[in-house]
Write a protein that binds this ligand. Structure first.
Ligand code: ADP
Ligand code: MG
Ligand code: MG
Length: 251
């Protein structure tokens, strides 16, 4: 589904990603861990096509297509979804209208008619339940005045509505209390299908307890230096990253 080969990327002329190799197959959940500043958010930004980041070499294939050649909105229409570390607020645009525009843009890209108002509202109601999102949030401006937990829940709700093939969750668990974390994680699990995949960036084992990743990767200095099973996340929670750094510099 996603194949990243020797990806190098820079911001303001400074190289951050120094040769990322990563393959995510349909149905798989990959966790990406690493200290602050390792380049995790840079990788998510590059994948969604944030123009601030410059890809200097390497390739990314998504469902057999050249991801890096696509505009950001095309990447979304092809089924890529990013939940940001810091969700943006969009004053003056209600959640309902925002989601409707996003869904209809995707449908148009795939040569489909816009969704009827009735079908759209029905879908909103169904998906809202998955993340226990309050109905009154739907009529408010996107994320404006939402609490941290509401923003994150809202993001999973948006994910539910857009039905992406690959979701990137960039520290979606940061700032969530235990109950909100459970609701977000369980909501995410309910939305999973045998075809949908995720790249989950997190510092904490707790989210991974719910999401049960197939593979855990450690990003260090712009490269994936170690990959393993879920036990690697537990080991990092207990021992930190220094032992991985030591291993890496020894080779
Ligand atoms: P992580 O998400 O792993 O904490 P980031 O990808 O956010 O790391 O950052 C990686 C490195 O890139 C850091 O050294 C950070 O300071 C730098 N960086 C990220 N975004 C910018 C930016 N917009 N301008 C300058 N430097 C940046
Ligand atoms: Mg960070
Ligand atoms: Mg980050």
């Amino acid at each position: 589904m996603l194949e990243i080969k020797d990806l190098h990327a820079s911001i303001n002329g400074k190289e951050i990603l120094k040769g990322i190799n990563l393959t995510v197959n349909p149905g798989e959940i990959h966790a990406l861990m690493g200290q602050n500043g390792a380049g995790k958010s840079t990788l998510s930004n590059v994948l969604v096509g944030n123009p601030a980041y410059e890809v200097t070499s390497g390739s990314v294939t998504f469902n057999g297509k050249d991801l890096l050649a696509m505009k950001p909105e095309e990447r979304a229409h092809e089924g890529l979804f990013l939940s940001f570390q810091q969700p943006v607020e969009i004053p003056g645009v209600s959640m309902v209208n925002f989601m409707r525009a996003a869904i209809n843009a995707k449908r148009k890209y795939h040569g489909m008619e816009p969704m009827s108002a009735g079908d759209f509202l029905k879908m909103m109601r169904e998906k809202r339940k998955v993340v226990e999102l309050d109905s009154k949030l739907a009529n408010r401006s996107v994320n404006e005045g939402f609490s941290g937990g509401e923003k994150k829940r809202n993001e999973i709700f948006q994910m539910a509505m857009l039905e992406p093939k690959l979701s990137i969750l960039d520290e979606t668990d940061s700032g969530l209390d235990v109950d909100a974390l459970r609701i977000v994680a369980e909501g995410f699990n309910k939305l999973r299908t045998p075809e949908t995949s995720a790249l989950v960036i997190t510092h904490y084992q707790r989210l991974l307890d719910y999401l049960k990743p197939d593979v855990v990767h450690v990003l260090l200095g712009g490269r994936i230096v170690k990959s393993g099973g879920p036990e690697l996340a537990v080991e990092i929670e207990n021992k930190g990253f220094d032992w991985i750094k030591a291993e890496t510099s020894a080779v």
